[in-house]
Every structure is written in C-alpha cells, then in structure tokens.
Design a protein around this ligand. Structure first.
Ligand code: ADP
Length: 304
C-alpha cells in the first residue's frame, strides 16, 4: 500500500479533529478526499506529511511510519499545503533552488528544470513569485512538491481560489502526474473530485462516512433520493405542480420541462402521470434523474 491509515485520531485541546479514521490507498491511485470545511482533511494530510503528530492510531506511507520515519518519508512524499507558503520576494528558480537545497538534491539544476517543464512554468520562471497570477503561484507550489520526484503526492485543496481556466489547467496537470504517482487530493468541491479521481473518501466531523469508487458512491447513496426529469406536452402551471404535498422541490428547465424531487418512498412516476391526466396534458419524456455527486455529498454530510 502507498498510504495506510489506521484508527487515526487527532485531538486539539477539546476539539476532536479526527476520530478513528482508517483508509488505505494503493500505488498510482488518484483518490479524492472530500469533506466540508472543518471535516479534518487538512489535519489528516498534515499528519501524513509529518507536519503534525497524531494523538493516537497510525499512518504509514510506503511502509514507513509517519511518527518515526518522518525524514525518510519527506524524501518520498510531495506535499502542497492548503495555504501554500511561497516567498514572494524570491524568483521562481531561486525559490525552487532553495527547496532543492532543503532536500539536498545533488543535481538540483536538472531537478529544477524538470519540474519547471512538467508544471508548465517555463514562461514565468524568471519572474518574482509575487508577480505571478494565482494559477502560476499554485504551479510553483506543485513544482516544489515535485522537486524530489516523490512517489506519493498529498495535495490540500490544489485548485482553491483559481478561476475556471486555471482550475482546468491544474486538474490536467494533476491527472498527468497521476499516471505514475499515488495522489491524495482534498477538496470541498464535488465536481473537482469527479474530474480527477475514480475513488473518493468522504469525511465529515472527523469520521470517514464513505470510501468507494465514484460510481459505487453514486449508486449506493444516490438511491436515497427520488427525482425524475420530466417533460410535458404543454406548458405547466408550476404553482399547481408544486402544491402537491409529496413533491419536495422542483427545478424548472423550461415551462414544460422539470426535475421533480420527492421523498424516497413516493412513486413519483405515478404521481406525475396522475398530474398530467388532471392537467389535461401528457408526459412526452420521462427519465430518472442521474444523482450528482454534489447532491449525494450534501445528503451524506447534512447530519448532526
Ligand atoms: P478541513 O481541512 O477539512 O477544513 P481541518 O483538518 O483544518 O479541516 O480541521 C478539522 C478540525 O480541527 C476543525 O474543527 C478545526 O477547527 C480544528 N483544528 C484544525 N487545526 C487546529 C489547531 N491547530 N488547533 C485547534 N483546532 C484545530
């Protein structure tokens, strides 16, 4: 296993940040670590990267124990912290040289050029970090995480604060890195995880609440919600449709087309059929609405 976490618990004062978290990740997997703010994602990642000690439980990376083999692990792991601490006054190459020195990399010139190339920093590498756009600053963060050519990458919210184009570029970069590295990346944005990962670990209030492939999470958790995409022949009076008590909510696509949501036990198809009959119209198209990971995530994390 590349990453093995067992009953990991972290308590800050009276705050339980992680409560017996366990998961394992195999080589060359890109796993999404999803959870709302305060769920415990950063704490887990800091423990894995050796920046914070666990209260109890254990974590191993490439077979090494994070609490005793911290230095060895740092040589094989790249870490992008959530608040990427870059030195604004340094030039990109100078900063990467500084990081290469920390890692005591012998041929630092080759290593620097390699990461500049793989993160697409070529055109900006002669600038000061403070002069870079957010997207390029994030690339510098990724470049420093890659400088020691790690086998395992731990990326805490790698695209947060980026605009959609920058997000896409960083996602593509991460996908290409994932071809030969194990990547654990955190996000509170579902689409992000969907775009990059085939497996997701969902954490809430310090506990793992789902750990599966994206497809399985959608399948197993999605059927807790009932929704149908329906198109009527005629325009519908939305106030009449929404007055049906079994209907929880309605998204209007146009005056004839809707996504209708109800509680799970309701036979929504029958309900809509009856509504069409009484409204003197017919249903011309009806299909089960695919459950988005976003709605599943909201359901999973919406409890006390
Ligand atoms: P996430 O990354 O999912 O947003 P964090 O791991 O940052 O969550 O935080 C988990 C919980 O631990 C939160 O309740 C947070 O307030 C708390 N926490 C994190 N770091 C500290 C700290 N240094 N001291 C006290 N509490 C902390």
């Amino acid at each position: 296993m590349s990453i093995e976490v067992q009953n990991l618990t972290k308590i800050y004062g009276s705050q339980i940040a992680l409560d017996e978290v366990s998961f394992s990740i195999g080589p060359s997997e890109i796993v999404g670590f999803l959870g709302p703010n305060g769920a415990g994602k950063s704490t887990t990642m800091k423990i894995l990267s050796g920046y914070v000690n666990e209260t109890s439980g254990s974590a191993h990376i490439l077979g090494m124990d994070v609490s005793t083999d911290g230095l060895k692990i740092k040589k094989r792991v790249g870490y992008l912290p959530e608040l990427n601490p870059l030195y604004g006054d340094m030039f990109v190459k100078e900063y990467l040289g500084f990081i290469a020195d920390i890692y005591k990399i012998k041929d630092s010139r080759t290593a620097i050029n390699k990461v500049i190339d793989s993160t697409g920093l070529g055109s900006e590498c002669h600038k000061k970090i403070s002069q870079l756009s957010k997207g390029y600053k994030q690339r510098v963060g990724l470049a420093q995480a890659l400088i020691n050519d790690p086998d395992v990458l731990i990326l805490d919210e790698p695209t947060s604060g980026l605009d959609p184009n920058q997000m896409k570029e960083i996602r593509n970069l991460i996908l290409s890195l994932g071809e030969d590295k194990t990547i654990l990346l955190s996000s509170h944005i579902m689409q992000e995880i969907e775009a990059m990962c085939s497996r997701v670990i969902i954490i809430n209030k310090g506990k793992v609440i789902a750990d599966d492939t994206l497809d399985a999470v959608k399948k197993n958790w999605g059927n807790k919600q009932n929704s149908i995409h329906v198109r009527f022949r005629d325009a519908i009076d939305l106030s009449i449709l929404s007055s049906i008590s079994a209907i929880k909510s309605i998204d209007s696509i146009d005056e004839k087309t809707f996504i209708v949501y109800s509680e799970p036990h309701v036979d929504l198809a029958e309900l809509l059929f009856k509504f069409a009959v009484t409204s003197d119209t017919i249903i011309v198209e009806q299909r089960e609405q695919e459950k988005s990971l976003e709605s599943i995530f909201q359901k999973l994390t919406d409890y006390d």
